[in-house]
Design a protein around this ligand. Structure first.
Ligand code: KIV
Ligand code: NA
Length: 265
């Protein structure tokens, strides 16, 4: 199996082949997602919501991200594995940012890190890249900054915010990031950014004009039930299937149908 590299992602952009990306947070799921042939697996800090049950991504720690990252990397043979730097581990000062990124690379053996922001975190970006650690940027809706905005609504609908996003994307490209995630912005702006930068732009709610798409695996599979933004296409209703299977098991235990003669020693 030929492992996906950051170089291969840029070749895909050149060829016009769209990049597929999904999150995974644990060994079993990462193995399935990788075997299905996904290009990039993101160990997202959405683990804070999906795995730990927090309201936001802010509470998840570097140690917790490393735990998820380690589990995922063990399962993956083909996909490029990217681990999110969690809130508070890279914004303050660039030396702390570098040591956070080094911990992720050393302890998880992931291929790259992802962080949110443009100009504000440029010093951290430069320092991490100088150490030879590949970075995926993340602009548009940045969940780690939710308290600054107060809502999860579409970003960069106004001219000024769109201009800032375009200039941040160029800054990240010039710094040497290998790709950028754009979250929840107008499709027109997503397409424009993908045309303006040479590095791959992966969208989530950023329209079809970008170079690839990313979703949270639990959303795609329909394990999460409450979250229904417009950009989410559910490929399964796993919540119903899991509850059905568990319900059948409960019935069989109560009725003493399980275990039967052949299911015991
Ligand atoms: O944490 C995450 O799942 C993400 C994706 C939504 C891009 O950052
Ligand atoms: Na994230």
């Amino acid at each position: 199996i030929r492992k996906v590299t950051t170089h291969r992602l840029s070749e895909m952009k050149l060829r016009g082949e769209k990049i597929s990306m999904l999150t995974a947070y644990d060994y079993s799921m990462a193995q399935l997602v990788d075997e299905a042939g996904i290009d990039v697996i993101l160990v997202g800090d959405s683990a804070s919501n999906v795995m730990a049950g927090n309201e936001t991504t802010l509470p998840i720690t570097l140690d917790q991200m490393i735990y998820h990252g380690t589990s995922v990397v063990k399962a993956v043979q083909r996909a490029l594995v990217v681990v999110d730097l969690p809130f508070g581990t890279y914004q303050g000062n660039s030396r702390e940012a570098l040591s956070s990124a080094i911990r992720i690379m050393k302890e998880t053996a992931a291929d790259a890190v992802k962080l949110e922001g443009g100009k504000e975190v440029l010093e951290s970006v430069n320092r991490i890249l100088s150490a030879g650690i590949p970075i995926m940027g993340h602009l548009g809706l940045m969940p780690q900054s939710i308290h600054k905005f107060g809502t999860y609504t579409v970003r960069a609908k106004e001219e000024a915010e769109a201009e800032k996003l375009i200039s941040d994307a160029k800054l990240l490209e010039d710094a040497g990031c290998f790709a950028i995630v754009l979250e929840k912005i107008p499709a027109k702006l997503g397409k424009l950014v993908a045309e303006e930068v040479k590095i791959p732009v992966i969208g989530i709610g950023a329209g079809g004009g970008v170079d690839g798409q990313v979703l949270v695996i639990h959303d795609l599979l329909g394990i999460t039930q409450q979250f229904s933004p417009r950009f989410l296409r559910r490929y399964h209703n796993l919540a119903a299937e899991i509850k059905g299977a568990v319900g059948n098991y409960i019935t069989d235990v109560k009725s003493q149908d399980f275990p039967n003669e052949k299911e015991q020693y």
